[in-house]
Design a protein. Structure first.
Length: 153
């Protein structure tokens, strides 16, 4: 079952269960996917986007919500923070599981050792290597911080 089908079936179940929060979030997700489909077709391709592109759309949506949470926390709007965090959890349920910080640190160390990196000048090579091998499983904002820390030790 493709990611698009999973989201659609969850949407139908949420509609039947009258879960307003889940329905609205899934509706936003489906609209974003549809928007990407349309953009893809205007680019000359005739087919809808596939799972990897859908994952990119979901990651973008998650990042937008995380940015909103930060702003709402600064503005002391707790009810809006909770609403955004609920949406983040729903979006996360469709994303591939991210590695823990310890696992990310281990992978970063291995990449540094395998490339023979020794300074911050090698940062691009390391991040490129990580993106090639672990693009779906690593949070690259964490990886960036970890790699910088390891290289400056």
């Amino acid at each position: 079952m493709s990611l698009r089908e999973k989201i659609s079936s969850q949407f139908n179940i949420a509609l039947k269960d009258k879960n307003k929060t889940l329905v609205s979030t899934l509706r936003l997700i489906l609209a974003a996917i549809k928007e990407s489909d349309i953009a893809n077709r205007s680019g000359g391709k005739k087919e809808d986007i596939k799972d990897p592109e859908i994952i990119k759309v979901l990651r973008k949506m998650k990042k937008q919500r995380q940015d909103s949470v930060d702003l709402y926390k600064k503005g002391e709007r707790q009810e809006l923070v909770e609403a955004e965090e609920t949406e983040i959890k729903i979006i996360d349920s469709f994303l591939p599981k991210q590695l823990s910080e310890d696992e990310t640190r281990k992978i970063c160390k291995e990449a540094i050792e395998s490339l023979g990196a020794s300074s911050l000048k090698d940062m691009g090579k390391i991040m490129g290597s990580l993106k090639q091998k672990h693009s779906d499983s690593i949070d690259f904002s964490k990886a960036n911080t970890i790699v910088k820390g390891l290289l400056t030790q």
